[in-house]
Design a protein around this ligand. Structure first.
Ligand SMILES: Cc1cc2nc3c(=O)[nH]c(=O)nc-3n(C[C@H](O)[C@H](O)[C@H](O)COP(=O)(O)OP(=O)(O)OC[C@H]3O[C@@H](n4cnc5c(N)ncnc54)[C@H](O)[C@@H]3O)c2cc1C
Length: 503
């Protein structure tokens, strides 16, 4: 028997769907909850046709923040015909909690958010995940050879001279974060490294050390390897403020999630049930230029009308495409800079003893394995945790040896108690598995102006997502959430459009 909904002319139902999508999908994703019209329109329009009963509307590749945000938006919009295919046996991608016992975690991957990162902050509120401030009060210790020096900084992070920051902030205004290659002087800015530009400015040795550390942490490479154009584009997305990008207080390292950042992903995954397939890497995508696309996975073939690839371009490059992708996109994937996997260690102590002596747990080493350590204790300080970013190739992968070398350095910097951690963890993203490849994209000179235009445009039924494709905060967790919202919207729009053209 036909329902009232079925009797509505097809054209009117499509109009309802488009109105619902257009009206709700701006900031914060597809805000369609409670929109009965939208849900009715979607459930009617997305019902598989009989001949295509095994064909899904959408297949999402990747269960990181981006892919799971898309899945959540599809569900909230009333679309139930989708699947999320994840290569690992866990969700979260580049967010990953080390469980330390008694509910305490330490984040091995992405962990901080800050001002302007509203998409991820909204998501956390909706999922009822609390936040707390990164501990930074007190002195940072600098180790240079045998010398030790301690100093407090107002914002808690690396500081750069006001003059240099002001110049960079000013230049960043004309470099759009979402498309640096369209900047008026893109060719000129993409022809020079940040390091060369800094040399031209005659920066001080302290500034060089500070910038070397901050770009290695935030951009995955030292100034000598980074395109000035890329550097400025990321400052642009940070409200044209280097201080906001690199700072702790009022900066992008200001806020942490209670329970660790991966909890956002595990919470989103809870609602997916059988729509989430773990240990299911996609190996080949066949017919991306056809109405129905085949995904060849380790668990068989999945067929879908729209594909969201919620992966960085280097990961996409591990998938075989049949037919071959257009040359621009293929070239971008093939050359995507994926040499910044990052390594983080964790020392757990009975309590954050360094705080008693007016230190913030931050250690910067000019030569040696530590790039930067910081206080990663839980909000109540019930145990003390020092996490550190480690320079590639400068610390043994033997756990006992790595723990001892770092404990000795912490003892020099923070006091003798540092010699006796209760736990040690080591996570080298370049070694654990092939499903991240890089934590961030250290874009070299010449890359954006040659390949940038191929980053986002869809290829047939393939929608490119993942933090790298975000308009704001690309590379960050906030960018991942934004790209997930955009991709879900794009998929729903494409489904509607395809149904309109095929009747
Ligand atoms: C050490 C480190 C520190 C960081 N610090 C911060 C920080 O403090 N703040 C911040 O905002 N960001 C930080 N980031 C970056 C942040 O974690 C990422 O931007 C964000 O998590 C990316 O989410 P995503 O969904 O776009 O990609 P990913 O998390 O990479 O998700 C992609 C998913 O796809 C899966 N996959 C890959 N290939 C396939 C395949 N063929 N088939 C199926 N599945 C596949 C992967 O397993 C993964 O789960 C950090 C990252 C690292 C590694």
């Amino acid at each position: 028997m036909k329902t009232e909904k079925d009797k509505q002319p097809l054209r009117a139902r499509r109009r309802l769907l488009l109105q619902a999508l257009g009206g709700g999908a701006l900031v914060g994703g597809l805000a369609l909850t409670g929109s009965a019209n939208a849900k009715a329109a979607l459930s009617g329009s997305t019902r598989p046709r009989q001949a295509d009963s095994d064909v899904l509307d959408v297949a999402i590749i990747g269960a990181g923040l981006s892919g799971l945000t898309s899945a959540r938006d599809l569900q909230r919009a009333g679309c139930e015909s989708f699947v999320v295919l994840e290569a690992r046996e866990r969700v979260g991608g580049r967010t990953y909690n080390h469980e330390l016992g008694n509910g305490v975690v330490s984040e091995a991957g992405g962990q901080w958010i800050g001002p302007g990162q509203t998409a991820i902050a909204d998501l956390a509120r909706q999922l009822e995940v609390g936040t707390f401030d990164q501990y930074y009060q007190g002195k940072t210790v600098y180790l240079a050879g045998d010398a030790r020096y301690a100093e407090a900084s107002a914002s808690g992070g690396a500081s750069v001279s006001h003059d240099i920051a002001r110049k960079l902030n000013e230049m960043a205004r004309s470099v759009p974060g979402e498309a640096p290659w369209t900047a008026p002087n893109a060719a000129e800015l993409d022809n020079i490294t940040l390091g060369e530009w800094l040399n031209q400015q005659g920066v001080t040795t302290e500034d060089k050390i500070g910038l070397n550390m901050s770009t290695t942490l935030t951009f995955g490479a030292p100034p000598a390897s980074l395109s000035l154009l890329h550097y400025l584009s990321i400052i642009n997305t940070s409200d044209c403020s280097l201080e906001q990008l690199e700072g702790i207080k009022d900066g992008a390292q200001e806020t942490r999630f209670v329970g660790g950042s991966q909890i956002l992903c595990t919470k989103m995954a809870e609602h997916l049930g059988g729509k989430l397939k773990l240990s299911c890497p996609v190996r080949e995508i066949v017919g991306w230029d056809q109405d129905v696309v085949e995904l060849h996975t380790d668990q068989g073939i999945i067929r879908a009308r729209q594909i969201i690839a919620a992966l960085n371009p280097a990961l996409c490059n591990q998938i075989r495409f049949t037919p071959a992708l257009p040359s621009g996109r293929a070239g971008l994937q093939d050359r995507w800079p994926a040499h910044a996997p990052m390594r983080k260690t964790v020392h757990v102590y009975a309590r954050p003893f360094w705080r008693d002596q007016g230190m913030n747990g931050q250690v910067v080493q000019t030569q040696g394995p530590i790039i930067w350590s910081y206080d990663n204790s839980p909000p109540d300080g019930s145990v003390g945790i020092i996490s550190a970013f480690i320079k590639p190739g400068q610390l043994s992968h033997n756990p006992a040896e790595a723990e001892r070398v770092l404990s000795d350095l912490y003892a020099r910097a923070l006091g003798e108690e540092a010699r006796h951690p209760t736990q040690f963890h080591d996570h080298d993203w370049g070694k654990v598995d092939p499903w991240s490849l890089t934590c961030i994209h250290p874009i070299p000179p010449g890359f954006w102006t040659q390949w940038g235009e191929f980053l986002r445009p869809a290829a047939g039924r393939l929608i490119w997502s993942g933090t790298e494709t975000a308009d704001i905060w690309p590379g960050a967790m906030d960018g991942a959430v934004r790209s997930g919202h955009r991709a879900a919207f794009q998929a729903l729009q494409a489904l509607t459009e395809n149904r309109r053209t095929t009747g």
